[in-house]
Design a protein around this ligand. Structure first.
Ligand code: UGA
Length: 424
C-alpha cells in the first residue's frame, strides 16, 4: 500500500515519517512551498523529538512534492491532515474545504481510501463521503481516524498509541485500515463516522475539564489553606481518576485543547444545546490568567515594575506559542505598565512576532533576571529545574518568585531566599 499525506504540520509529518518507518512508501504534499523545500533537503520544518533523525533514516520511503495531483495518483490511501481552526466565534475549515475541492478536481479516485485526520465538526465525514461518492461513485472509500498525538511526544504517541479510533462505514474500508495499522500494537476501535468525530472532541474536552477542575480545586486550596499538589496526588492515586493532567497553574493552551473545547460548545449551541459544563471549563481556564496577574500585582505593589519571565511556549518542550497562557499573562502585564525580560529555550522567535510593547528578549536565563523585582515561570520546561537558583537570586533586585506551572519544589525555592507563589 502506498500512502499520501496532505499537510506537513506536526500531525501530517509525524504520521508520514511514522508510516515510512513501518515500511510504507509515503508521499507528502503541503501548500506551503517553503516547508516542502525544507523537507526535500532532508530538514524537518518543525521541532519534534526524534522526528528529524527518523526522517533522515527512512528517507528512501518518503517523497515530498509541490504537486497535489501527483500526491493523489501515486497512492491507495490518502490522509488529510490539514489544520482546522476556531476563530472569532466560528469554526474555520478553509484549508480542509480547499483540500476536498482539490480532491474533487481529480478525474478518478477508484479504489482509493480518503482518511480524514484533521479534527472536523461532527457530520463532516458523512458529508465528505456523500460528495466524493456523488462524483466518483462507490469505489472511493472514506474514513475518519482522529489523532491523539501530543506535541513534544508526537512520534512516540504515533508508534505506541493508547488506542486507534477508526470511523468507517463499510467492511472493505475496515479491512484496509486494519491492514494499514497491523504493525501497531494497540486496541483498534471501529465506530461510525459521527462517533469517531465525537471521540476526538470528547477526548480533548475531557482533558481540558481535568485541568480546569484541578485549577478550581487549587483556587479553593488557596482559600482554605490546603496544598493542591498533595490533593492531586491524593485523588490521582484513585485509578478511576488517574494521576495525569492534574497539574494546576495558569491553565491549558496550545492549538488543540482550547480550539476543540470551543468548537464543541459552538456545535452544541447550533443545535440549541447549552453545554454548561464545557462552558465553565472554558471560563475557569480564562479566569486563571487574570487571577495569576492579580496575585502578581498584589505582591509587587510599590515595587519597580521590572520582571523576568522564563518560558513563553504553551507548554515545555516546544517552540509553539499558539494560544499560550504565557503570552496572555505577559500581554496583561504589559498593559498594566510592567517591563518584561523574556527567556525561553526555543520559543523566543515566535514570541517576537506576537508581542508588542515593553519586552526584551534574552537567550540566557540569568541575564533575563538581572536587577528584576520578580521572576515568573510560565511554561513547564523541565530544564528550568536544573537552573542555578542561587545565582538567579543574587542577580535579582528583589526576591519574588511566581511559579505559574507549579513546576518547582516550593521548599527548595524558599531555601534560596525567594518568596514563592504558585497556584494552590
Ligand atoms: C493535546 C492532547 O493532549 C493530544 O492528545 C491531542 O492529540 C492534541 O491536543 C491534538 O488535539 O492535536 P497538546 O496540544 O500537544 O495535545 O498539549 P497537551 O500536552 O495536552 O497540553 C495542553 C495544555 O494543557 C498545555 O498548555 C499544558 O501546559 C496544559 N496542562 C496539561 C496543564 O495546565 N496541566 C496539566 O496537568 C496538563
Amino acid at each position: 500500500m502506498e500512502i499520501s499525506v496532505i499537510g506537513a504540520g506536526y500531525v501530517g509529518l509525524t504520521i508520514a515519517v511514522g508510516f515510512a518507518s513501518l515500511g510504507y512508501k509515503v508521499t507528502v504534499y503541503d501548500k506551503d512551498e517553503g516547508k516542502i523545500n525544507f523537507l526535500i533537503n532532508g530538514v524537518a520544518p518543525l521541532q519534534e523529538p526524534g522526528l528529524g533523525d527518523l526522517l533522515k533514516k527512512v528517507n528512501n520511503n518518503l517523497e515530498f512534492t509541490h504537486n497535489f495531483d501527483d500526491t493523489i495518483s501515486s497512492s491507495q490511501i490518502l490522509f488529510i491532515a490539514v489544520n482546522t481552526d476556531f476563530k472569532n466565534g466560528k469554526v474555520r475549515l478553509s484549508n480542509f474545504n480547499r483540500t476536498i475541492k482539490q480532491i474533487l478536481r481529480q478525474k478518478n479516485l477508484e479504489d482509493k481510501t480518503v482518511v480524514i485526520k484533521s479534527t472536523v465538526p461532527i457530520g463532516t465525514t458523512e458529508n465528505v463521503e456523500k460528495t466524493l461518492k456523488g462524483k466518483f461513485g462507490n469505489k472511493v472509500r472514506v474514513a475518519f481516524n482522529p489523532e491523539f498525538l501530543r506535541e513534544g511526544h508526537a512520534l512516540q504517541d504515533f508508534l505506541n498509541p493508547d488506542r486507534i479510533v477508526l470511523g468507517v462505514n463499510d467492511k472493505v474500508t475496515k479491512e484496509i485500515l486494519l491492514q494499514l495499522y497491523e504493525a501497531i500494537n494497540a486496541p483498534k476501535l471501529f465506530v461510525d463516522f459521527k462517533t469517531a468525530e465525537m471521540i476526538k472532541y470528547a477526548s480533548n474536552a475531557f482533558l481540558a475539564t481535568k485541568i480546569s477542575f484541578i485549577n478550581e480545586i487549587a483556587n479553593l486550596c488557596e482559600i482554605f489553606g490546603a496544598d493542591i499538589r498533595k490533593v492531586s496526588d491524593g485523588i490521582g492515586l484513585d485509578k478511576r481518576i488517574g494521576k495525569d493532567f492534574l497539574n494546576a497553574g495558569i491553565g491549558f493552551g496550545g492549538s488543540c485543547l482550547p480550539k476543540d473545547l470551543k468548537t464543541l460548545i459552538y456545535l452544541a449551541k447550533q443545535k440549541k444545546y447549552e453545554a454548561k459544563l464545557l462552558d465553565s471549563v472554558r471560563l475557569v481556564n480564562e479566569e486563571q490568567i487574570s487571577r495569576f496577574v492579580k496575585k502578581i500585582e498584589k505582591a509587587l505593589r510599590g515595587k519597580p515594575k521590572k520582571i523576568a519571565v522564563w518560558g513563553v511556549s504553551f507548554k515545555g518542550g516546544t517552540d509553539d506559542i499558539r494560544d499560550s497562557p504565557a503570552i496572555k499573562v505577559i500581554k496583561q502585564l504589559i498593559k498594566k505598565g510592567y517591563e518584561i525580560s523574556l527567556y525561553d529555550p526555543k520559543a523566543l522567535q515566535n514570541a517576537k512576532k506576537e508581542l508588542r510593547g515593553n519586552v526584551s528578549y534574552f537567550d540566557n536565563y540569568l541575564e533575563a533576571v538581572s536587577e528584576k523585582s520578580a521572576l515568573l515561570v510560565l511554561s513547564d520546561w523541565r530544564e528550568f529545574l536544573s537552573f542555578d537558583l542561587d545565582e538567579t537570586r543574587r542577580r535579582m533586585k528583589d526576591y519574588y518568585f511566581f511559579d505559574g506551572r507549579n513546576l518547582f519544589n516550593p521548599e527548595e525555592v524558599k531555601s534560596k531566599g525567594f518568596l514563592y507563589f504558585c497556584t494552590g
